[in-house]
Write a protein that binds this ligand. Structure first.
Ligand SMILES: CC(C)(COP(=O)(O)OP(=O)(O)OC[C@H]1O[C@@H](n2cnc3c(N)ncnc32)[C@H](O)[C@@H]1OP(=O)(O)O)[C@@H](O)C(=O)NCCC(=O)NCCS
Length: 212
């Protein structure tokens, strides 16, 4: 009975939110979002699509203005992530098998894309943001800090308390050390990247989840 009711409410929720035919939140198979915040003051969710065997437990919703999308792959485990969307046509994409600990904020604003690849491991208290949220201008009033996309490759481990800013691209198989501030620089794959104004400090390395 409990299961029937649960399924009923899940289906009802999907129907209620499938308003405009656009998928705002698409979740793959065997994925779990736990205590995530998908609510913000700037819009509402116009549809959700959830794959088999996936669940959104204790999550808050009320997103988004049209054109914004969150796409989450299969076998993903995310705890306590805040999805912050401002303006329209932003995309947040999280690849298969990626995991995330608590208090990670993913802020996609000004029509930009944040892409986190497959099999990434995000520690806790990490911020990704495509914009500085306010303008820095030159003497002619021209903005010099435009928003930009963020792209994290496959199999990237991001340590605790990192800030990942506009325009950052991290190639596959990298590690970002704890408390790093990563801005737009060129990084090679298989690197250890760290520090405030993060730089590559080791190359030709890799990582595995298991302690050996
Ligand atoms: C980066 C890290 C993984 C260590 O990698 P490592 O290959 O063992 O690196 P080392 O300890 O040899 O450090 C190399 C250099 O970087 C420095 N360093 C290491 N971590 C650093 C960090 N987060 N910020 C700044 N410098 C750092 C070291 O002091 C050392 O500097 P030196 O050569 O001048 O002495 C580790 O320091 C780290 O950040 N761990 C946190 C991981 C985490 O967040 N886990 C949570 C669970 S997911």
């Amino acid at each position: 009975m409990k299961r029937l009711l649960k399924n009923f409410f899940k289906k009802a929720t999907i129907l209620i939110f499938r308003l405009k035919g656009k998928v705002s939140l698409k979740v793959g198979k065997n994925t779990m979002l736990y205590r995530c915040d998908l609510s913000n003051p700037y819009g509402y969710l116009n549809s959700i699509e959830i794959g088999n065997n996936s669940s959104l437990k204790n999550c808050r919703f009320n997103l988004f203005e049209g054109g914004n999308k969150i796409i989450i792959g299969d076998n993903v485990l995310i705890k306590g992530m805040t999805f912050w969307i401002e303006d329209s046509n932003n995309i947040i994409k999280i690849g298969d098998r990626t995991t995330s600990e608590n208090h990670v904020q993913v802020a996609a604003c000004e029509g930009k894309k944040i892409e986190i690849g497959a099999d990434c491991m995000l520690s806790h208290d990490i911020y990704f943001r495509t914009t500085d949220s306010h303008s820095i201008v030159d003497n002619n009033g021209k903005r010099i800090n435009p928003a930009d996309n963020i792209k994290i490759g496959n199999h990237v481990w991001i340590g605790m308390q990192c800030l990942i800013f506009k325009g950052v691209e991290i190639p596959d198989d990298c590690i970002i050390g704890a408390r790093s501030i990563v801005t737009k620089h060129k990084f090679d794959k298989n690197s250890l990247i760290l520090g405030i104004n993060a730089k590559m400090i080791k190359q030709d390395i890799n990582w595995i989840r298991k302690r050996i």
